[in-house]
Design a protein around this ligand. Structure first.
Ligand code: HEM
Length: 320
């Protein structure tokens, strides 16, 4: 696709593989008790594509996109006959030193655009439609930081799968036919202690991440005494097959409040792959040798969702 066509092409609704953007909003809500609220929520999300077009069409070069993820408890309330095979709530992972907490969330909205105002406007209209049917439990505005660095100073996202392998690792296939084209998504909000991180030398930081800081080159650290973040998150099964996920982490922060964070978001065809990564990070491999990124980054939220394909999302309309 040439640049001009790209600038004028809206992004398909519910695209896990929407391009990395300069701005994003991560909005997590719970659905109010009662059948009426669940029906309202179903109605609003089934027409999410219309709302994205309403805002996105005002500047197609903004590439506005929004994915909605539905949590396991909410899925049950939507009275569907079947459920995505691996959909489950997020289970807390208590490690020896650090814990990945599980926090509430029925719906996740992952809003991305090249313009922060488009993200804002979509969120405003969306929450207006949802009204009292939901309560906002977390809202984070992320931004792209220089060459896609996180606030620890490292380029984040390099080893994301691309092309066919991106679809292969992020979209459910024929193994769960009714839900094919959908995706599982896990989000976690991390807060960094940048003062403590700054006391480490660049070499120490690089050993923790597994890549060089300035030029982002992967370290040859197979023989390192303790596994890096990169090594812990490289998942190879007993047949030698590597399992990837699609990440679109975003930095966020309020320097005036001393808040500096990374919002982790991972899309996967198989939820077990993300679960495995988290266990290796928090429990360690070998057990006890957890990811040292956690000594400087505290997970304060954690929740899991199923992102249906657009057709399935539309079919959730109460009157469909
Ligand atoms: C790689 C940062 C949390 C999964 C990386 C890299 C950085 C990074 C800088 C190296 C560049 C790249 O390939 O992207 C962070 C930060 C986190 C965080 C700042 C939060 C504080 C997580 C979590 C997971 C994860 C929670 C999974 C559950 C991965 C994976 C890779 C990676 C799969 C690529 C490994 C490879 O194949 O080389 N991360 N990450 N990250 N991270 Fe994270």
């Amino acid at each position: 696709m040439d640049d001009q066509t790209w600038a004028r092409t809206p992004i398909e609704p519910q695209s896990a593989n929407a391009p990395l953007s300069t701005a994003a909003i991560f909005l997590v809500v719970t659905i109010t008790d009662g059948a009426e609220a669940a029906t309202t929520a179903r109605g609003v999300i089934s027409d999410l594509g219309g709302l994205v077009r309403t805002v996105g069409f005002r500047d197609l070069a903004g590439h506005l996109s929004c994915n909605v993820g539905i949590g396991a408890a909410a899925w049950q309330r939507f009275e569907q006959q079947s459920k995505p095979a691996q959909l489950d709530r997020f289970h807390a992972i208590p490690g020896f030193a650090h814990t990945a907490p599980a926090t509430p969330g029925d719906l996740l909205f992952h809003i991305r655009a090249e313009r922060a105002d488009q993200c804002f406007e979509l969120e405003r209209l969306l929450l207006g439609k949802l009204g009292t049917a939901v309560t906002v439990v977390d809202e984070v505005q992320g931004f792209r930081y220089f060459d896609s660095r996180d606030l620890l100073g490292f380029v984040d996202g390099t080893e994301n799968p691309t092309g066919a392998s991106m679809m292969q690792s992020s979209l459910i296939g024929d193994e769960d036919q009714e839900f094919s084209g959908g995706s599982y998504v896990v989000v976690q909000k991390y807060l960094h202690d940048l003062t403590a991180w700054a006391t480490l030398s660049t070499e120490q930081q690089e050993a923790i991440i597994g890549r060089t800081k300035a030029d982002n080159v992967e370290l040859d650290d197979d023989d390192a005494p303790r596994k890096s973040h990169k090594a812990l998150n490289t998942i190879v099964d007993e047949n030698g097959v590597e399992h990837d996920i699609l990440r679109d982490n975003m930095p966020f922060g309020r320097p005036g409040q001393g808040e500096f964070g990374t919002y982790f978001i991972g899309y996967a065809r198989n939820l077990w792959v993300i679960d495995h990564m988290l266990r290796r990070m928090f429990i360690g491999d070998p057990v006890g040798d957890y990811d040292r990124i956690l000594d400087f980054s505290t997970a304060v939220t954690g929740s899991t969702y199923f992102v249906p394909s657009n057709d399935l999302l539309e079919s959730l309309a109460p009157d469909a």
